[in-house]
Ligand binder design. Structure first.
Ligand code: ATP
Ligand code: MG
Length: 587
């Protein structure tokens, strides 16, 4: 396996000598030590918002830019740590005045606007639970999540409220307060709503966070819905330890960095790393109001001197589709580290990063349930393209086999496939699936949390994603992981995206069928299908290569950008499509 070594030097290598040696870092790591790097709440306990904002606001980083927000035109508004602390205090006071209690849930439905960030931090300060919703959800997915989560407060924009929520009010008995962020505050408010801006303007600047038990609920996140109905994963304040550790160790984030996480806070990545982690470190985080556009994105990297960038395979594939030439027109001397999460990152994509940016993408793996990065390709370690990397210090990961007596045991030999499992007890581990305790309990076997993903671990401890347990294909007695097949398809220069599924076959049980979309300038047709199949056969052998390739305009994906194989399969077999609330374009 080819190893990629970095060709850019880092500016402050000596600041993290513990990362120079992975084994040393693991050995020297402890969560107690991580806690000692944080502040702790003056009133006792641990509160995410205090660690993210107030402790910096009280010190020399008070005037340092915490949040740089880019509006539609790309114009920047900066919020210092001091300002963010004051504004979130005000929002916490608003909640207190409205009688919102500890543990009650405050939902937000908003584009990436400053109000979203103020709401998140103020909610955490009040001890209430922050629950972000993706702004492009249609009314039904919104109703379902607001009602499962028993939302007491909703912060949203006037426009989103009128379009999506107003008609649902009757069916949401728990929803007591709706706060609207308004473009035209002088107009009349819709019935049964309050003006967010006005409440904030009249609230006091000071707020003392009450004692917060590290086990107090803090965040409620719905999963992406890739494999079925989304689940509400509940996280606690102690999770901040994992946000801090993973930002330091997996993203190499330092207080002097300009960090940009492209994910929307409606998905866990956009909250853990698009709000909490960069602030806890004391860095500057970029928030862009707009969606993906390659020129705009490269312009942001350049103009705001982004040094650490965290994005997703779906974005990388879109950039690859446009081509490396465009990137090269932008000078990006500040950019020193790029990482990706959300789906498997094909080796092609890792290497494309080097070709286009002079830096590879560092893949890392985690889930809504894990709350933070668990497995990563570290800056100081050679990347293995196609591998998720190695477990973070403080995290025990294993590939386990399911035994006949119902127990699980770690597979010691390298390169064996099995279910990816994590030893329970890390701070950002979810504490339940809201109102689905039984389903939650089923994820655990003894000391192991079972992730539902299949993986291999190589001799050197790098983990390789095989596929989701639900997506694995059984063909003539072989188990075929979709990721390997898709990566081979991606090697063809015409292929922009690939997904494979198993379809029933009388001889083999199942055979592999591939779906691909094309890069611009390539013509769909039988000749191209044959060519792609021939390449796959050459790479994978006839038993594993797809028997059929279907060329599609685009592949169905979740709004967080993940390809929905289950939908391709349902459509192929003429079965019901199941829960499509998170399907892109489904509004
Ligand atoms: P649902 O649980 O509702 O089906 P989901 O699993 O896609 O949706 P998330 O929690 O957003 O919801 O995604 C976590 C999953 O994404 C992982 O379990 C894994 O399957 C996939 N994933 C994330 N990062 C990577 C990665 N680096 N490599 C491979 N797969 C990844
Ligand atoms: Mg999942």
């Amino acid at each position: 396996m080819a190893l990629v070594t970095l060709n850019k030097s880092r500016d402050d290598w000596e600041l993290v000598p513990n990362l120079l040696d992975y084994d040393d870092a693991r050995e020297n790591f402890s969560w107690e030590h991580e806690l000692a790097l944080l502040d702790g709440l003056p009133a006792g306990g641990l509160n995410i918002a205090h660690e993210a904002v107030d402790r910096h606001a009280a010190g020399e980083r008070r005037n340092h830019t915490a949040l740089r927000w880019l509006d539609r035109q790309g114009d920047a508004t900066d919020f210092s740590y001091g300002e963010l602390s004051r504004l979130s205090n005000r929002f916490a006071n608003v909640l207190r005045q409205l009688g919102v209690q500890k543990g009650e849930r405050v939902f937000v439905l908003s584009e990436r606007e400053p109000a979203l960030y103020i709401t998140a931090l103020g909610t955490l300060k009040n001890g209430s639970v922050f629950c972000p919703l993706f702004s492009a959800f249609g009314p039904e997915p919104l109703r379902a999540r607001l009602s499962i989560g028993e939302a007491k407060v909703l912060v949203t924009s006037e426009r989103l409220y009128q379009r999506k929520v107003a008609a649902l009010r009757e069916s949401l008995p728990h929803l007591q307060q709706v706060l609207l962020v308004r473009d035209a505050p002088e107009s009349a408010l819709p019935p049964a709503t309050l003006d967010f801006g006005q409440l904030l303007d009249h609230a006091a600047d000071e707020f003392v966070i009450e004692n917060t038990d590290p086990e107090d609920p803090a965040l409620l996140h719905f999963t992406s819905g890739t494999t079925g109905k989304p689940k509400g994963a509940l996280h606690v304040h102690e999770a901040v330890l994992a946000h801090h550790a993973s930002a330091r160790l997996a993203l190499d984030l330092h207080p002097q960095d300009i960090f940009w996480c492209t994910a929307d806070p409606g998905w866990v990545t956009g909250t853990s790393y698009g709000i909490i982690a960069p602030l806890v470190i004391g860095a500057t985080m970029i928030v862009d109001r707009e969606e993906f556009d390659p020129e705009r994105w490269y312009g942001i990297l350049r103009d705001h001197r982004v040094s650490v960038w965290y994005t997703a395979p779906t974005a990388v594939r879109m950039m690859m589709k446009v081509g490396a030439e465009l990137v090269r027109q932008f000078e990006l001397p500040a950019l020193r580290f790029m990482a990706s999460v959300g789906e498997p990152l094909n080796p092609e994509a890792v290497l494309w990063g080097k070709e286009a940016f002079g830096l590879p993408f560092h893949d890392n793996w985690w889930q809504t349930e894990t709350g933070g990065i668990m497995i990563a390709n570290f800056l100081s370690q050679p990347i293995r393209p196609g591998s998720m990397g190695r477990p973070l210090p403080g995290i025990e990961a294993a590939v386990v086999r399911h035994c006949e007596d119902g127990s699980v045991e770690p597979i010691v030999e390298p390169d064996q496939e099995g279910e990816l499992a994590l030893k329970r007890g890390w701070p950002s581990m979810f504490r339940t699936y809201l109102y689905e305790e039984e389903r939650y309990q089923k994820c655990f076997h003894g000391e192991w949390y079972l992730t539902g993903d299949l993986a291999r671990r190589d001799r050197d401890g790098y983990f390789w994603f095989v596929g989701r347990a639900d997506d694995v294909i059984k063909s003539s007695g072989h188990l075929i992981g979709p990721f390997e097949v898709e990566s081979a398809l991606m090697e063809h220069p015409a292929v922009a995206e690939a997904a494979v599924i198993g379809v029933p076959d009388p001889m083999a049980g199942e055979v592999v069928k591939g779906f691909v979309s094309l890069k611009p300038g390539f013509e769909a047709g039988a000749a191209l299908q044959q060519e792609i199949m021939a390449l796959a056969r050459k790479r994978l052998g006839p038993a594993v290569a797809p028997r059929q390739i279907q060329i599609e305009e685009t592949l169905p994906r979740t709004r967080s950008g993940k390809i929905m194989r289950r939908l391709l399969k349902a459509r192929e077999l003429g079965l019901p499509e199941g829960d499509t609330s998170t399907l892109e374009g489904n509004e």
